[in-house]
Design a protein around this ligand. Structure first.
Ligand SMILES: [Cu+2]
Length: 150
């Protein structure tokens, strides 16, 4: 019993340490999940688009791009409220700036007041991809648009 019990205790201790390590990793650096390498790290944008958020609207209803090309979208928050740029479904590569909530949205970029974020995308297929602000009430108030990929 002595030896077996000791081994069992050791295994428990290792399991517990593992959980603590996972918890720390999940919480490391604030709320950002561990994403792994950025799929578009170092990619040179072939198209540059820009979008501004205000209270409560985006300054453009449509963003146009080309499938297969690296698109950089500079998104700035010119409002006083926090906003975000969200796309629910998108096939392609999404830079880590856009992968803040990969379990809930294909693209999610938090936009703090007066801050600009650079989002890199390479969309695989032509299509119309709705974007919107996911802050409660903002989409209903018109804070949405269409990313049109040809
Ligand atoms: Cu908003």
């Amino acid at each position: 019993m002595g030896m077996a019990g000791g081994r069992r205790t050791a295994r428990w201790a290792i399991a517990l340490l593992g959980c603590v390590a996972l918890t720390v990793a999940a919480c490391g650096g604030g709320s950002a999940p561990a994403l792994g390498p950025d799929p578009l790290a170092g990619a040179q944008p072939q198209q540059r688009l820009s979008l501004a958020a205000r209270d409560v609207a985006f300054d453009q209803r449509e963003l146009a791009g080309t499938a297969g090309e690296v698109i950089e979208i500079a998104i700035v928050n010119r409002g006083t409220l926090p906003h975000d740029f969200t796309i629910d479904e998108l096939l392609g590569e999404i830079g880590n700036t856009g992968r803040e909530r990969p379990d809930d949205h294909a693209v999610h970029v938090t936009l703090q007041r007066n801050k600009e974020r650079l989002l890199l995308l390479r969309v695989s297929a032509p299509g119309r991809y709705p974007f919107y602000c996911s802050v409660p009430g903002h989409r209903k108030s018109g804070m949405e648009g269409m990313l049109v990929i040809q």
